[in-house]
Design a protein around this ligand. Structure first.
Ligand SMILES: *Cc1c(COP(=O)(O)O)cnc(C)c1O
Length: 398
């Protein structure tokens, strides 16, 4: 017998690690991902499903974007431009900025996290709304700072007065998600400007404008003008939603030079990849087509809202590419069973419970066909359920 017999194999996953880790990191919530289409097809034995759960664009990238990506593939043996100069310049021109007032991120989520690294320390606070975008609590926990989560107003939008009141001398950052995910509710540029005016000038305010392209109010975009002028205001935007490039991961931040420099200092040099950079430049050149797509999404949003209203459903007033609706009675159980029944019918929406809105469903706007499938499946599910007996939490648009 030789002595080289293999050791008895031990399954790695069952061996608890004795490695000492940061309690700060162990306390971080894990991002709860939604179901993929493949998950749902497998679980329910379906041939097809519509995915209305992640606020994605239902349309594939524009042909010019696909061509730009294809043309860049042979150069992938080289690192990307660490400054993303072509894209920065294109964005700066578009928004009337200098190149050093804009920086790029691997999705705008990266920029939001980087801003946390750049601004926060133990003993400081970050003020954000709740429920709002799931990444904001990570800003505090990742830096040892404290998050001050301010409940939304009754209409599902930011309670700006309460947020201003939550600011104290320890506060380094205030985050405003406008329109808010997961409620879709928009705060006007006037309201936000007054909010910023009332805050100390040395306090950074981040306006997360992931859904700005779907805002049909005439003041949409004015906060970016404010970010050009106010040294403490920063706006993040993304190519993930209206531009339909979430798979590539590319977003940007606009703000004062010193904050942009601070973000550039804490990011890794090659944070945005070569394909994302060229795709975003190509997409910006075709922004007219993107505006058309966003307009079609807004039209569909209005059509779906009208259908929900006619069916007696309650939902928040939305300026995004999604709708937050109350499920049945608004009990958490009603939402999870409606969620499951929709899944069985091949319609994937998000159970609000994972987003801090138990009792609700968040439904993205898709193509007209996809939206029809959602409405039909919902009518089918509703016919199974008893009428709601309690007044709900959702609100109908005025
Ligand atoms: C989708 C979304 C983003 C965008 O994230 P990316 O990292 O750019 O894909 C940012 N903020 C909010 C509120 C969002 O819903």
């Amino acid at each position: 017998m030789t002595q080289i017999a293999l050791q008895e194999s031990r399954p790695m996953t069952t061996t608890p690690s004795s490695v000492r880790m940061s309690p700060r990191v162990l306390a971080l919530p894990r991002y709860e991902t939604g179901l993929t289409t493949a998950d749902v097809l497998r679980r329910f034995g379906l041939d097809a499903a519509v995915k209305l759960s992640s606020n994605e664009s239902a349309e594939p990238p524009l042909p010019e974007v696909v061509e730009a990506i294809q043309a860049a593939i042979p150069g992938l043996n080289r690192y990307p431009d660490p400054a993303g100069r072509l894209l920065r310049t294109a964005l700066a021109e578009r928004h009337g900025l200098d190149d050093d007032q804009v920086t790029l991120g691997n999705g705008s989520c990266e920029l939001i996290l980087l801003l946390g690294h750049a601004l926060l320390d133990a003993g400081t606070t970050v003020v954000h709304a709740d429920p709002s975008f799931a990444i904001y609590p990570h800003l505090a926990l990742g830096s040892g700072a404290e998050a001050v989560a301010v409940p939304l107003d009754d209409d599902g939008g930011h309670d700006l007065d309460a947020m201003a009141a939550a600011v104290d001398e320890r506060t380094r950052l205030v985050v405003v998600c406008n329109p808010n995910n997961p409620t879709g509710v928009y705060r006007s540029a006037d309201a936000l400007t007054a909010f910023v005016d009332a805050l100390p000038e040395d306090l950074a305010v981040l306006i997360d404008e992931a859904y700005v392209d779907f805002v049909s109010e005439p003041d949409s975009g004015r906060m970016l003008s404010l970010a050009r002028r106010r040294p403490n205001v920063l706006v993040t935007r993304t190519f993930s939603k209206a531009y339909g490039l979430c798979g590539l991961r590319i977003g940007y931040a606009v703000g004062a030079r010193d904050i942009i420099q601070a973000i550039d200092r804490v990011r890794q040099p090659f944070n945005t990849n070569a394909l994302a950079q060229v795709a975003a430049v190509a997409a910006l050149r075709r922004s007219g087509a993107i505006v058309e797509r966003a307009r079609a999404t807004i039209q569909e949003r209005e059509r779906v809202c009208a259908a929900l209203l006619a069916a007696g459903e309650a939902f928040t007033s939305t300026q995004t590419n999604f709708i937050l609706m109350r499920a049945g009675s608004g009990e958490p159980g009603a939402a999870s069973s409606a969620h499951e029944l929709l899944l069985r019918r091949g319609v994937i929406v998000r159970d609000g419970a994972a987003l801090g809105c138990a009792g609700h469903l968040r439904v993205s706007i898709g193509t007209p066909d996809e939206n029809d499938r959602f409405l039909a499946a919902l009518a089918d599910v509703r016919s199974l359920a008893p009428e709601p007996t309690t007044p709900g939490l959702g609100r109908v648009p005025s």
